[in-house]
Design a protein around this ligand. Structure first.
Ligand code: FAD
Length: 508
């Protein structure tokens, strides 16, 4: 039983129904309850590449997503103004790993060179493709296949509708539109049923809390403690607005553009028909009016002042629950926690949670506590890695235009694990040895992109001549590859138009 019909609820219900549902006697019967009175949050428009496998496994096609959800390709993030806020202060965190990752030490070779070209631009073609507004694939590349690694930008509300249609019509999920009002419990404290306003009690074995920031089952019913991370990552508010493109045929960005400002940072996501823009800020440092002025200044600078809607304000307490799975209740999505949207990790955590449930679904109640313990360990680890990685963006900043930036790099606000890693990275590049779980949320390459994008300067032992030559040879491959791709890949906007009109070859 899933409580909540936002992106978390529908992704989880579809992931479970696609592989554990059906007509067999032992198949899971999945019901999703959604309130007619409480809208889903409606933001969350940038994904990781993981979304391709998630959609493929639930039986949706990329063409469905592009046609129905105003979707576009996302090749990574571009960070503007994060280092000092001056001219030319920008770097990419692309989704594609550095060329020859694992075979040669491109970071070592780059650090030993003149560093005239930014790190990400030297170790792979993707930043150049983003600058040229090109797509990560060809018209002939199959559904979900890529020349470069990519995720998506989309309209979150439309994604919700697509997932709902697919889950109910194709995957057999039962949809109850009714307001949940109370829990009926078993004597042992497990949840027996959810009481709804008009549909009575709906019974179940496992209750997946996707009720959003209210965390109605895990937080409110069970009172599982919330672990606030506001002392590490200060942001607790966002202003979000959707605006038409200044020119409907303008080249379409395929990276989320994250721009730092004295008051916080803006996200800027380009969809084929509009841009989704928002400012993320900390109310301990910036008042709402100053935040609005900052967002407006960004829109004005971007030539997007005309026809602007009033921004929507969202408040959140950055942090997560001390446990995610308690008794026969597991929280997924905002009900489990939320940290600011830098690097857009929230939907990826939903996908990982749903996949864990699909792969490890307890065979009986007797096994559930064991599975729950493993789930809790895995996701506590993932949350701590996300917090550490997001904090890295602030710690390396040299911006000095507001207390917000100065306080973000104060030693007392750093997680111990990040302090240790920075000490190690003063003498060597981040490597696979630093992150050894089978499914890390951010690979060592992501840390390299941010560290060297932000001009972190380690004192490395010089590479041996043969290792340096091997790495430089790969870098010159990057130059050749980039030239070839710049000449061969379609414009991002053109490819999306082509897909809407003609589709894509089916996935292999
Ligand atoms: C400013 C901002 C920007 C973000 N950007 C990104 C991003 O770029 N990428 C990303 O991955 N994530 C992003 N996120 C996070 C992302 O939006 C969420 O993780 C995602 O939308 C999942 O939300 P949800 O389904 O958990 O909650 P919600 O969308 O809030 O859904 C909650 C559901 O619970 C139901 N419900 C609530 N109360 C009741 C009740 N009493 N009875 C029955 N049903 C009830 C509601 O009807 C609704 O269907 C962002 C979040 C914010 C705040």
């Amino acid at each position: 039983m899933v409580l909540g019909g936002g992106s978390a609820g529908w992704l989880t219900a579809a992931t479970l129904a696609a592989e554990l549902g059906g007509d067999a006697p032992d198949a899971l019967q999945i019901t999703l309850i959604e309130s007619p009175d409480v809208p889903s949050i409606g933001v969350g428009e940038g994904t990781w590449p993981t979304m391709r496998a998630t959609l493929h496994r639930i039986g949706l096609s990329e063409v469905d997503l592009i046609r129905d959800c105003d979707a576009a390709f996302k090749q990574g993030s571009r960070f503007d103004g994060w280092l000092h806020g001056g001219v030319a202060d920008r770097y990419y965190h692309p989704f594609t790993l550095p060329h020859g990752w694992g075979d040669v030490d491109l970071a070592g070779a780059w650090l030993q060179g003149d560093r005239e070209q930014p790190f990400a631009d030297s170790v792979g073609p993707q930043p150049h493709l983003c600058d040229a507004h090109l797509a990560p694939k060809q018209t002939t590349t199959p559904d979900f296949g890529g020349v470069m690694n990519y995720g998506y930008h989309f309209d979150a509300v439309k994604l919700g509708h697509l997932l709902q249609r697919h889950a109910t019509v194709k995957l057999g999920v039962r949809h109850v539109v009714n307001h949940f009002i109370a829990v009926r419990s078993h004597e042992n404290g497990d949840i027996a049923a959810l009481t709804t306003r008009e549909c009575g009690d709906i019974e179940g074995d496992l209750f997946i809390d996707c009720s959003g920031l209210g965390s109605l089952l895990l937080g409110r019913h069970y009172g599982v403690a919330f672990r606030s991370e506001k002392g590490v990552l200060f942001n607790d508010s966002a202003l979000a607005v959707q605006v038409p493109h200044a020119d409907a045929q303008a080249p379409l960005a395929s990276a989320t553009i994250s721009t730092a400002h004295a008051e916080g940072w803006t996200w800027d996501i380009g969809l084929p028909t509009r841009r989704g823009i928002g400012l993320v800020y900390s109310t301990s440092h910036t008042g709402d009016e100053a935040a609005e002025r900052s967002l407006q200044a960004y829109l004005d600078r971007s030539g997007l002042s005309a026809g602007r809607a009033t921004p929507r304000r969202l408040r959140f307490d950055p942090g997560y629950r001390e446990r995610f799975w308690h008794r026969n209740c597991v929280a997924v999505g905002l009900a489990a926690g939320f940290i600011e949207p830098l690097e857009a990790s929230a939907l990826a955590l939903v996908e990982l949670s749903a996949a864990f449930l699909r792969d490890e679904m307890p065979a009986s109640r007797a096994d559930m506590d064991l599975v729950a313990r493993r789930f809790n360990q895995t996701f506590a680890y993932r949350w701590s890695r996300i917090i550490e990685f997001l904090k890295l963006h602030y710690v390396l900043s040299r911006r000095d235009d507001a207390d917000y930036w100065r306080e973000h790099r104060e030693a007392a606000t750093l997680p111990d694990s990040l302090r240790e890693l920075l000490q190690l990275w003063a003498h060597r590049a981040p490597s696979r040895n630093d992150f050894d779980r089978a499914e890390e949320v951010f690979p060592a390459a992501s840390y390299q992109y941010v560290l060297y994008g932000m001009r972190f300067q380690p004192a490395l032992r010089p590479l041996r001549a043969d290792r340096l030559a091997a790495a430089r040879a790969r870098m010159s491959d990057v130059t050749t590859m980039t030239r070839r791709l710049l000449g061969g890949l379609p414009r991002h906007r053109d490819l999306l138009q082509h897909i809407r009109a003609h589709g894509l070859p089916p996935a292999a």
